[in-house]
Design a protein around this ligand. Structure first.
Ligand SMILES: [Zn+2]
Length: 121
């Protein structure tokens, strides 16, 4: 069972929630003045990296409130939840946050290796 801690209702099953995509993306103030390329970048381009991400979630089958969550996209672990308009809380985790230890940026990027101090690459 996968549990999400709604800031208003408390811990509930994930089946009550819907994901709203990446958080902290601000809609442009004057889209009519933007080029098609810039508009497409706003609409479609997301960081989509592996590791800690900030997402919007909606408690659709509960209080229907939107909130933000920090989640590890590699392990599906929810690291924190916070209300809209609030800054993301500091989360103390160890990098990399991926189960196999590869770099958090780039899904399946085997060419990038993290070299720890004292190790020979
Ligand atoms: Zn709720």
């Amino acid at each position: 069972m996968f549990i999400i801690d709604c800031p208003w209702c408390g811990k509930r099953d994930i089946s009550e929630f819907s994901n709203g995509g990446e958080a902290h993306i601000t809609r442009p103030k004057r889209p009519d003045k933007m080029s098609d390329a810039k508009w497409a970048e706003y609409v479609f381009m997301r960081t989509n990296h592996k590791g800690q991400i900030a997402e919007r979630w909606n408690h659709a089958a509960g209080c229907r409130q939107w909130f933000n969550a920090l989640r590890n996209s590699a392990t599906d672990e929810f690291l924190a939840v916070y209300k809209m308009g609030e800054k993301p809380p500091e989360v103390t985790t160890q990098e990399p946050l991926t189960p196999s230890g590869e770099a958090p940026i780039g899904s399946g990027n085997d060419a990038v290796k993290i070299v720890k101090s004292g190790e020979v690459s």
